[in-house]
Design a protein around this ligand. Structure first.
Ligand SMILES: C[S@@+](CC[C@H](N)C(=O)[O-])C[C@H]1O[C@@H](n2cnc3c(N)ncnc32)[C@H](O)[C@@H]1O
Length: 244
């Protein structure tokens, strides 16, 4: 059983400061990303987001962002079997990872990211809690490095638009899934919003649908009542029915 209090304390470790320091200075604790942050050198491996990891993590963990993204509600909608094997691709500091871990108490969550600093934060939360079903995995840009044919569901939250050469990437990623395995996508709505990346960094939903279809996935479900600023969809490999 996950200790909710410890978990929340760990996830929100930097949030109180973040909220105080941005009070009055910004309308939103996760304002539109400042992707073009001038000459500040990037100290992490994600090619998007604020150039410095600390600021990036602070934004990812902000209370307002978590309130919008609703990781626990997302995990509930996925109706995962308690022993499901899932992956959180582009996990960041683990905003969704630990909600998934709670949903699959007898299963496993692979927390996957290209940035070792993000995985260190996932490890810190593992160490600070009794969570023992999360496995951090260092990905490369082109490959998630997941075990083949093992994963029931891969969640990709606010990360789809970070991935390059997507059709080939998702064909490769499909090999990690069990037959009929699922891909859950949580992604910002298109256009200019008061939160999230600038419009020209996003992938239009129609383009995303075409890419995923060409990679062998079929749309299985849409949840339009969960978020204000995000699409939330589940795609299924080859249309076969399987438990998630
Ligand atoms: C905007 S953050 C989202 C983090 C988390 N999913 C959330 O919603 O809080 C995007 C994350 O994806 C990671 N990322 C970017 N490209 C990736 C790739 N090709 N494979 C795995 N992770 C990637 C980044 O390092 C970053 O941690």
């Amino acid at each position: 059983m996950i200790h909710r209090r410890l978990l929340l304390a760990a996830l929100h470790a930097s949030t109180a400061w973040a909220c105080r320091s941005t009070e009055g200075a910004a309308l939103h604790a996760h304002p539109a990303h400042d992707h073009d942050a001038g000459t500040v050198e990037r100290d992490h491996r994600d090619r998007h987001g604020p150039p410095q990891l600390d600021a990036y993590v602070e934004r990812l963990r902000s209370e307002e962002r978590i309130r919008e993204l609703r990781p626990t509600v997302v995990a509930t909608h996925l109706e995962l079997a308690p022993d499901a094997v899932v992956a959180d691709l582009g996990c960041g500091p683990g905003v969704f990872t630990f909600a998934l871990a709670e949903a699959v108490p007898r299963g496993v969550v692979y927390a996957v990211d290209v940035e070792p600093g993000q995985l260190d934060l996932v490890r810190e939360t593992i160490a600070a809690t009794r969570v023992r079903n999360v496995v951090p995995v260092l990905a490369s840009y082109a490959d998630a490095h997941l075990p083949p044919g093992r994963i029931d569901l891969i969640l990709i939250a606010d990360t789809y638009h970070h991935i390059e050469d997507r059709e080939a990437y998702f064909r490769r990623l499909a090999r990690a899934l069990v037959p009929g395995g699922g891909l859950a996508i949580v992604e910002y709505l298109p256009g200019d919003l008061p939160v999230g990346p600038p419009a020209d960094h996003k992938v239009e939903p129609a383009v995303r649908a075409a890419e995923l279809s060409r990679a062998g996935f079929e749309l299985a479900a849409r949840f339009d009542d969960v978020h204000r600023w995000h699409d939330f969809e589940v795609w299924r490999l080859g249309g076969a029915s399987t438990r998630l």
